[in-house]
Design a protein around this ligand. Sequence first.
Ligand code: ZN
Length: 246
Amino acid sequence: MLAFIPLAVLGWATGALVNYLSDALPQTRRFSQPICRRCGRPQINLGYLAFPKRCSACGNGRGLRAWLVEAGYIAAAILTWLAPGNHVSFLAGWLLLAYLGVVTVIDIEHRVILHQMSLVGAVGGAALGGILHGVPRTLLGGVVGFAIMLLLYYLGIWVVRLRYRNVEGAPEEGLGFGDVNLSGIMGLILGWPAVIAGLTAAILSAGLASLIYLVIMLFKGRYSASLAIPYGPFLVLGIVYLLFFT
Ligand SMILES: [Zn+2]
C-alpha cells in the first residue's frame, strides 16, 4: 500500500499540471501565470492550485473539472503502474497520458485542438512511434491517419454545405482541422497497420456517443439538426485503447 503514495502524488501533480495547461494555453498560447477565470487576478498560491482551489481575491472556485482531472490522474497512475500494458514503458505512457489529457480537456471546453499542441504531439508521437515500431511503419501510420481524417474532413464540409444550403449562420465545417492533425498523431504513435484499428475504435465510439446523445435529446424533445460533438476525445480514446488495453 505504501508504494501507492508516490504514485498518488505523481498522479495529483500531473493532474494539477494538466489543469493549469488547460486553463492557460487556450487563453494565451503560452505558459502564462495562472489567473482567476472570474476576476483575472494572478493566482500563484497553493490555495488556488491545490486546495481548496479557490481564488484568494474573489473566492471563485475552479470548478468540477479541476477535481475530476486530478482524481482521474491519481487513479490512472496507480492503474498504469499495476498494469502498464504491453506496448509502452511507464514513463513514456505517462507523458503520453498527460499530453492527451490536455488535448481532451481543451477540446471539450473550447472545441479546438491548438496547433501548438499538435506540433508537440507530432514530434513526441514520431519519437514514440519510432521506438515502438521503427521509422517506416511510424511514418506510414502518420500519413494514413492524416489522409483518412482529411478525407472525412472534406466529406464533412460537403455534407454541411448540402444540408445548410441557404441557411443563415450555418456551421463552416463538420470536423475541425485539429481532428485531422490529431488523427495523424494517432497514426504516428500506433504505426501501420494499428492506426486502422485506432481510427475504427475512435469513429465507432464517436458514432455510439452521438447516437446516445441524439436519443436523449429526442426524448427531451430538444432535437436539433446541428449535432456538434468534439471528436478529439474519441481519437484519444482510440489511442489509449490500442496502447493500454490490447
Ligand atoms: Zn478571482
